[in-house]
Ligand binder design. Structure first.
Ligand SMILES: NC(=O)c1ccc[n+]([C@@H]2O[C@H](COP(=O)([O-])OP(=O)(O)OC[C@H]3O[C@@H](n4cnc5c(N)ncnc54)[C@H](O)[C@@H]3O)[C@@H](O)[C@H]2O)c1
Length: 328
């Protein structure tokens, strides 16, 4: 049993990692500021699912505010300190980061710095940072962790690059054990409404036009959220400083995903095309040999199963999920 601090616990991945950590009998302290980067009802719904679980405490706190976060560390110092901090809180949209880059840096960089400083002061042994496949930009695929990530295409990806580099410095100077996990397009039930899969499901189910940026042939290494949660917790062991891709190693065209959604919703999409946003990477594909070797991890859920579950969740929750705001 470990005592974990998980930031971004009301977020899509954070909620799933928290659920799994609690199921594995860990004690979880969760932090989230419940910001309105997307419809807050979805974050509240996720938190509601956690409400009665034992060994679970929630703080509504902003990680870019050092004194607020320090308060949580101090409160827990008297008892047992955290065994690990899993930093999943972030401003995460690629296109949105071109509109408000400062917000991205406050959370993704300053927030990470605050946590690193507190981990150093309070002698937390293990830190996990969520990073992203977007960091590879237009590099040759499949993406390997030792490839250059010096040419990210969006302020979001650049902020994650900066956070990764900062983590290395803290590992080097203070011997903090840090694992960077580069996630590849994560999807599943109660997913992010600013991402294609949630948007497509809602638009197809509600009979509204489905907007596709680019020609739909762009490929993503879609990865089911349960696999990501499992991979994240398996990275809690001490490894020094490591960067590890977590992806499905099976790139799929966006139009193929739309067809699967049409099939499960049993309705044809009214597709409308818009120009590709220059901040969006044209394609992703993870080389996951390092995850296999270091974490004995491999994805378990096929795209068909995963999309089926994501559509199932929407249909079950449609009475309120149909009102979730999405940007077209
Ligand atoms: N979903 C993906 O496909 C994907 C892919 C690559 C990387 N990631 C990374 O994984 C992590 C989780 O992503 P997600 O998809 O769950 O996103 P999400 O937006 O659903 O979750 C992030 C959570 O962090 C919270 N948060 C944001 N800023 C905060 C702050 N300053 N203080 C406290 N809480 C704050 C948000 O309210 C939100 O609940 C992020 O670091 C993201 O960059 C996600």
């Amino acid at each position: 049993m470990s005592k974990l601090l998980i930031t971004g616990c009301a977020g899509f991945i954070g909620w799933n990692v928290t659920e799994l950590a609690l199921r594995d009998s860990n004690v979880v302290i969760g932090i989230d500021n419940l910001n309105d980067a997307y419809d807050v009802r979805l974050k509240e719904w996720r938190l509601h699912q956690l409400r009665d679980k034992p060994n679970w405490t929630f703080y509504r706190i902003d990680i870019s505010n050092q004194s607020e976060v320090a308060g949580v560390f101090k409160e827990h110092q008297g008892r047992e300190s955290f065994d690990a901090v899993i930093n999943l809180a972030a401003r995460a949209g690629v296109q949105q980061s071109t509109k408000d880059p400062c917000e991205y840096y406050d959370t993704n960089l300053t927030g990470t710095l605050n946590l690193l400083e507190l981990c150093r002061k309070f002698e937390v042994k293990k830190i996990i940072l969520a990073s992203t496949s977007s960091i590879y930009g237009e590099m040759k695929r499949p993406f390997r962790e030792d490839q250059s990530t010096d040419t990210p295409l969006s302020p979001y990806a650049a902020s994650k690059k900066a956070a990764e580099v900062l983590c290395y410095t803290y590992h080097y100077l203070y011997n903090l054990d840090i694992t960077i996990l580069r996630y590849f397009t994560v999807y599943g039930p109660a997913g992010r409404p600013d991402m294609n899969i949630f948007r497509f499901i809602k638009q197809v189910a509600e009979g509204s036009p489905v907007f596709i940026y680019g020609d739909g042939t762009q490929e993503r290494d879609f990865t089911y959220v349960d696999d990501i949660a499992m991979g994240t917790l398996s990275a809690l062991k001490l490894m020094g400083y490591e960067i590890i891709n977590l992806g499905s190693d099976r790139p799929i065209k966006l139009l193929k995903v739309l067809h699967l959604i049409e099939q499960f919703v049993e309705r044809q999409a009214e597709a409308k095309y818009k120009p590709r946003h220059p901040a969006d990477v044209p394609a992703t594909w993870a080389d996951i040999s390092r995850a296999r070797k270091l974490l004995s991890w491999k994805p378990q859920v096929t795209l068909e199963e995963g999309i089926h579950k994501a559509v199932g969740w929407y249909m079950e929750n449609r009475n309120w999920a149909k009102d979730i705001l999405i940007e077209e």
